[in-house]
Design a binder for this molecule. Sequence first.
Ligand SMILES: C[S@+](CC[C@H](N)C(=O)[O-])C[C@H]1O[C@@H](n2cnc3c(N)ncnc32)[C@H](O)[C@@H]1O
Ligand SMILES: [Zn+2]
Ligand SMILES: [Zn+2]
Ligand SMILES: [Zn+2]
Length: 730
Amino acid sequence: MAYRNAFQAKMPNDLLYQPSRKEASRKKPVFFIHKYFARRITANFRMSLLGFIEDKDADIADLFYKKSANNENITILDPFMGGGTTIFEALRFGCKVIGNDLQPLSLFVTKALVESVDEKEVNAEVKRLEKTVGEKIRSYYKTTCPCCGKKADGMYSFHVKKAKTDTACKEHRFFSSFVIAYKQDEFTVVCPKCGKLGKTQFENGVYVCECGWKLYSPKDTYVKNGIFTCPDCGETKVLSDYGLDTGYPFATDVVAIEYYCPHCKTHDYKSPDEDDEHLFRKAKKDFSMMEKVLPIPDQLIPEGYNTNQIRNHRYRKFRDLFNDRQLLCLGLLLQEINNVENKNVQLWLQLAFSGMLEMNNMFCRYQQNAYKICNIFFNHAYVPITMPVENCVWGAKLGTGTFDKTIQKILRGKKFNKHIYDLSVKKSANGRYDSIQVENGDTVEAIPVTDYANIDGKHPVLRCSDSRKLDFIPDESVDMVLTDPPYGANVMYSELIDFFHVWNYQSSIAKEIGFTEPVSPKTEEIIVNPIAGKDFEYYQTGITAVFTECHKKVKKDGYLVFSFHDKSLDSWLAILESIYSAGFCLKKCYPVQAETRTGAHTSNKNSIGIDLMLVCQKVSEMSSPMTIITEEIVENAIATTRDFLISTLEKFQKVEAEFTVPDIQNIAIAEFFAALGKNYLSDMTSKHLVLSKLQIFLDNIEEVAGDFEITKKRNGWWSELYRQKWNINN
Ligand SMILES: C[S@+](CC[C@H](N)C(=O)[O-])C[C@H]1O[C@@H](n2cnc3c(N)ncnc32)[C@H](O)[C@@H]1O
Ligand SMILES: [Zn+2]
Ligand SMILES: [Zn+2]
Ligand SMILES: [Zn+2]
């Protein structure tokens, strides 16, 4: 057998549990160069690569932190490349790497992840751009400093949506909070009546504005769960019921500005004055005059599972997600980027431009207690909010998410390619784990190619197409497929990606960087999406087709390794069905920390925070004689699972892992089927036998788990802080 040693060594998945958690809460710098949805933890993929490459008596826990050995004789394929984690990790080992994804954005981001950047040239070009367009953009956000009267930078403009109404009020403003910020135990509050900003600690349980308006709690609001209630006229209305004729959802008022004054160094919030309002109107007017010549996307928002949420609020085009001042400034910036002569430099500027979009639109909220802007996709959806915060596009000294800051973030991130580290942890006196960065001398500087003929350890083949057909890869040439498939309806990639895609399509190098169509590919997307008419069967058939194609591309006895978790046994059966009908056999599994907890409430006891790395091996036709599944086989598998579970829980208890009941059930399901191995459900009768036994086992999992402390309730530090701080009046 060609891969006698693969996955025979002991996996340090327990020891890497805490480091992975650290990585989950703060990804490595290079993965910040651009958003991609559901980014993976590198540690799990590095561990899997070591597991595949190393001998059975290798100390993987130790090798994990050592310089990666060169393995150019090994070919790794990721057919769901996504944000490029597998590609990056496999390049550290000098493997021949092949990546493919349906989305051009995936290709764009992954190429940037592994390529090197000429920092000097990029900086020089940014300096030039600052002169040609940066200063102009900045001028649209200048504001008078209330302290010294000189010109300050407006960092963030706080908007509130409004609409006309037939009641005596004539107009309603949809305040979802009156708190602008919460800093050092002090709330900055805006008065909905007179517009004044005030600071308060709610000393006597109430804040009273100069005009007499009273606020009793920082949590008070006019908008709850998408329903607006007016305290004056009593009108109660679902926001999406306001029509375009009332001005909703585009009409807004700026109610506060966060500014930084370079002269007197004041950094604070102010009410907009006449000059600010004038500037905003001027931007609107300038935009209406220049609109035609600026590279602004005009694509309609297609119907979709996520997009219908904003279509219901009458957003029609992607450009509707921005106000006129943003469109003007973004258009001016992109126009200038399009004129950059050095195409290689332009690519990085385009990446920064695309990346900053998520922080420069009318769907960004403000994190009141962290006093910073929050990106549109923090929860993988288009959520219309009534108090969006407008960033200043080019950038000021302070603040995040602007073009200037994004460029710097990319350049900082790319330094990681030359100084790669992995995370280790040390337990500190207070019982918390501190992370330690262990640099190991690895570097990643590759030149992606599209033709397989040119593949080597420095020239990965990266492409963008449907992975059901991988004709560009010779059959039986891949040693291991290492991937992370889409999970049912978890993330609607193409719908969310369109937000970036439509702008990248406006680039003068759109074709070169892969954005050849006005909107992102949807037809071939493997996903569960009722609006797109894709049910679970469609999804499963798609996964099976890709796995089948992988089977063709994998060498004899080669591997398919991927991460998976799901709460329902049915989903597990579906993925197993795909594995087996594609011609693979589940050999092993090992639990690892997932990148986030998922579930209705990510912090509750029913959430899932553990992924299973499933190790499957290619079966040659002859070597799989059908066995009749007997009760004994099933009993044995259950026994193996119980032992595995107990030893896993023991190992993970030592590293203080948080496991919920669904986490443990997930591990049990995976291990059970791995133990069943080639005896996987061959016919309906055995299926019934197997499932009934497994179900009983799962139902009694808490008994098996014994004194392992199952997490009943998780409290993230943030929700904890939120609870403590914000309940001060209750
Ligand atoms: C790496 S991510 C998976 C993340 C995570 N497991 C989840 O969905 O929650 C899945 C990737 O599969 C890609 N994808 C979907 N259908 C595809 C297809 N037919 N061919 C290639 N890639 C596809 C998506 O564009 C996405 O980037
Ligand atoms: Zn000042
Ligand atoms: Zn007032
Ligand atoms: Zn009213």
